[in-house]
Design a protein around this ligand. Sequence first.
Ligand code: ADP
Ligand code: ZN
Length: 524
Amino acid sequence: MAGIPAEGRDPKRRVLKDVFGFDDFRPGQADVMETLLSGRHVLAVMPTGAGKSLCYQVPALVLGGLTIVVSPLVALMQDQVAALRLAGVAADTINSSLERDANVAAWRRVASGQTRLLYLAPERLMTERMLDALARLDIRLIAVDEAHCISQWGPAFRREYEDLARLRDIFPEVPIIALTATADETTRTDISARLFADRVDTLVLGFDRPNIKLAIEPKQDSKRQLLRFVERHSGRSGIVYCLSRRKTEEMAAFLEQNGVTALAYHAGMSKDAREANQNAFMTLSGVVMVATIAFGMGIDKPDVAYVFHTDLPASLEAYYQEIGRAGRDGRSAEAHMLYGLGDIRTRRLFIDDEDASPEHKRRSHGRLDTLIGYCETAQCRRQVLLGYFGEEAQPCGNCDNCLNQAPRADGSTEARIILAAVAQTGERFGASHIVDILLGHETEKVLARSHQRLATFGAGAAHKRPAWLSLIRQLVAGGFLMPDPDGYGGLAISESGRALGRGETAFEYRVETRHRSLRNKARS
Ligand code: ADP
Ligand code: ZN
C-alpha cells in the first residue's frame, strides 16, 4: 500500500529502525534474516565488522520467545549483553564469571519469559540440566557465534564446540544460525557437516577490505623496522602482533624507550594487567598495543590505523582476521608484515610439535604453504588473499606489489649457484650459512667444515647478502628448495630444484630493491 513506510510492512526493518536505530541493512543481513524467519538453518560467513550480530538479534526480536546465543568467550558475551540492554533489549547471560546470585536472577528472568536473548558458553548450554530446563521454554532461535571453533581443521578448534552438533536433534523445530568470519572452503564445509548434517543455506559475503593497504617487508632488524613504521603513524592507535610473550614485552619496552606509547598484552599477564592495558588501548588514542594473538577477539575499536606483524601469522585466515581489526572506520589503514625464513622454520616446528594426527599436521603445513605463497607472491596481494576465500578481484592498487611493481629478473644463474652450494654441502645447512659460502665469508662454521674449499665459495659476489637471502626465500616459496623436515633449518633440494639445477627450467625472481635502502639505513 502506498504511503506506508517500508518498516511498517516489514517487521525486521521495523526492529532494525526502532530498536537499533539503523535505516538500512548491511549487505547480506536481510537475506540471512529472511532465511531464518522462514524457519531454515543458515551458515553466515561474513567478514569482521560486517554486522553479524544483528543477523540473529533482529530475528530474535521479530520471533519473540527465547533465542539462545552460543559464544566462546565470557568477555564477548558480557559486551553483547551490555550493548543490547543499552538498546532496551532484554538480554541475559549465565556464565562462570558471575556470582551465583546473578546467575540465579538471570535464570529467573529467562524462565519467566522476560528474556529475549540468552548468551551461554557451549559447555554450559550442553549440560543435561540446562538442556532439560531449556526444553520447557519457548525457544525460537539458536545462534552459534564464532562457529569455526567447531572445525578441527580451523585455526581455533574448541573441544566444547563439538557437542553442539547435537543441537539440531535436540531442538528439531528451531532454526539455527552459525556465524563466522573464517571462511576457507574446508572450514566452511566442516561447519556445515557438523552442525547441520549439510542441510543448511550458506551465505558468504564479500571479504574485501579495500581501505587496508597490504604490505610485506623482508625481516631484517625487526625492532628498527617496527619503530620506523610506528613513527610514520605517530599519534594513531595500532596493534603489533608478536609470536611470543617475551617479545611483546621487549618490543613494547623498546617502543617506549623511543618515545612511543606502547603497552604489552599476552595470556601470561595477570588478568588485572591485561584489562588495564586493554582499557587504555580502547579509551585513549594513539596507544600501540604490542600483543600475542591472545589480544583481539571481539575487539571493536574503529580507529585502529594499522596492524603490524613482527612475525609470520599461523595461516592466511588467521592473518586475515588479525588485519581485519584495522580500519573499521573505513579510513585508510595498513597491514604490514615482516617476513623471514626463520619464521617459516618456527611455524613448521610448531606444527610438528602439536599433539595432533598426521592428517591434521599435513593440513596445517598446507595452510602454512598457502601463507608463504601469499608472502612471496609478486601478484596483487589482495587478489591472492581474496582468491583464497573464493573471491575474484582486479589488481587493487593498494598493496605493495601494485604500488611498487617489483621488477622481475631472470635468476636462473643465481638459482644454480645456490643449488650447487646446497648440494655441495650435503643439503644440511640453512640459508645463512649458504650465503656465507657464496659471499666468501670465512666464518668459524665455514672453516670448521672446510667450506672455503668449495667451488661455490665466493661465487656470489655479484649480490649482497639480503638479495641472496631473498633469492633463497623465493626458491623455497617456489618449491625448489625445501626446509628440512626435522626443522633444523637445513635446506634440501626438491625434484623441481634438481631440474632447475640441471638447466632444464628457468627461474624468474622478484628483485627486492628495498633491500638496499634498508641496508644503508641500518648502517648509518
Ligand atoms: P561482526 O560481528 O560481523 O564483526 P558486529 O555485529 O560487531 O560485526 O557489527 C559491527 C558494527 O556494525 C557494529 O557497531 C554494529 O552496530 C554495526 N552495524 C551492524 N549492522 C548495521 C546496519 N545495518 N547499519 C549500521 N550499522 C550496523
Ligand atoms: Zn594490489
